[in-house]
Design a protein around this ligand. Structure first.
Ligand SMILES: *[C@@H]1O[C@H](CO)[C@@H](O)[C@H](O)[C@H]1NC(C)=O
Length: 389
């Protein structure tokens, strides 16, 4: 008994004796109202506590030597796949010409339906020469550098094209070239000339300034110039254009927090010699979501420019170099921002401050309710006393 009694001296909540209490209707109303208010306040306090806020943060990107994936899906309705090449080059000197790895080319009929899809990995192996004599050594039609004369053979149409390319000659539709006729190359060119092409897939680049482009014809790069063989494109009796639809273009892994501004872009032209340029600024972005592994990816902003090409062709060589007036095609040049955005999700309120909020709500409402109830009761008493007088 003794310890209990000692504790009672600490009781800050001294109780009134039940007999002295009265219950009133007004008190009941005040109780119901204050209970509703308390419930409402506690719910909003809970909401506040569960709220997730996104705190973007900008830091200098200190990562080095990274690579990034470029994911793309572009349709060219008026250029057959055979005529289209995708080249990538960057300031580090890395060049990937006629990219094949990880890219699918889909042949499209003039109406836009799919004819066939080929992974370029397989295609790159090239057509094997058909039943040729072991001693066969096809002519290269003079497209041989002096030092290799007499030693080099061109056994397939591809060999001849490569040889032409190596010396910077334009290669037509293969008519009159024995190897190509044998492989029915001219017929193939003829057969697909009304087709379109979809290119989709991904490739990896250094995370430095660079560009990738879709241009007609095979490309050839010497130390100073990057040349495309435009002969087929410009001399074809069907008008090929670089009208295109970008279904998708993104840099790095997918994340639902990223909006890619070039997705579903459609550009149309009737001109053969037309050049599209997209200038892309890539911004590294990291998403840190509560309960998820962080994702490092990139977002980008883009400006674009398009123009017809006039007088850019170098008639003598039937090749056009990038430096002179440009060539028809779709060019993407990308630049890497030095800043990195970190989207950091967090709960700004701790559980402790939630509890404090709840206590404040309950205590505050009860205190106010007591005052109101008391006031009403006193007023009621005063009124009834007046009446009786
Ligand atoms: C490219 O985009 C088109 C249109 O949205 C879609 O039908 C096609 O499946 C995509 N290709 C790839 C490889 O994702």
């Amino acid at each position: 008994m003794a310890p209990r009694r000692r504790l009672t001296t600490f009781d800050a909540f001294s109780k009134t004796v039940e007999d002295a209490r009265v219950r009133t209707t007004s008190g009941g109303i005040v109780t119901i109202v204050s209970t509703v208010v308390i419930i409402f306040l506690v719910i909003s306090e809970w909401r506040d506590y569960r709220m997730i806020s996104n705190r973007p943060e900008l830091i200098v990107d200190k990562t080095r030597g990274e690579r990034m994936n470029i994911n793309l899906n572009v349709t060219f309705p008026t250029i057959p796949c055979d005529m289209l090449t995708l080249d990538v080059m960057d300031v580090s000197g890395e060049q990937q010409t006629e990219i094949t790895h990880g890219i699918m080319k889909t042949r499209l009929s003039p109406e836009g339906t799919i004819i066939s899809t080929e992974s370029l990995d397989l295609h790159a192996a090239g057509a094997a020469p058909h039943h040729l004599d072991d001693n066969y050594c096809g002519p290269c039609y003079g497209a041989i550098p002096k030092e290799e004369e007499g030693t080099k053979c061109c056994n397939t149409c591809d060999d001849v094209r490569d040889a032409y390319q190596a010396v910077g000659w334009a290669f037509g539709d293969g008519k009159g070239v024995e190897q190509c006729e044998r492989e029915h190359y001219p017929e193939r060119v003829e057969a697909v000339k009304h087709e379109g092409c979809n290119i989709a897939g991904h490739f990896s680049v250094n995370k430095v300034v660079g560009n990738f482009h879709f241009a007609p014809g095979r490309s050839y790069t010497s130390p100073s110039v990057h040349v495309h063989d435009l002969n087929q494109y410009t001399t074809s009796d069907v008008v090929h254009t670089f009208s295109h639809q970008i279904h998708h273009l993104s840099f790095g892994p997918y994340h639902d927090g990223i909006v890619n501004p070039l997705d579903n872009t459609v550009k149309k032209t009737d001109e053969r010699n037309f050049n599209y340029m997209y200038f892309v600024k890539v911004v590294s972005t990291r998403f840190e979501r509560i309960g998820q592994a962080p994702v490092d990816t990139n977002q980008y902003s883009v400006t674009s420019h398009e123009r017809p090409i006039r007088g850019g062709r170098d008639e003598d060589h039937k090749n056009t170099m990038h430096a002179r007036g440009g060539i028809p095609g779709v060019f993407f040049s990308y630049d890497i921002s030095p800043m990195k955005v970190i989207n950091h999700e967090e709960r700004p309120k701790s559980f402790g401050s939630f509890l404090i909020g709840v206590c404040a709500a309950v205590g505050g409402v009860l205190a106010v309710a007591t005052v109101v109830d008391r006031g009403v009761w006193e007023a009621d008493k005063a009124l009834s006393r007046k009446k009786t007088i």
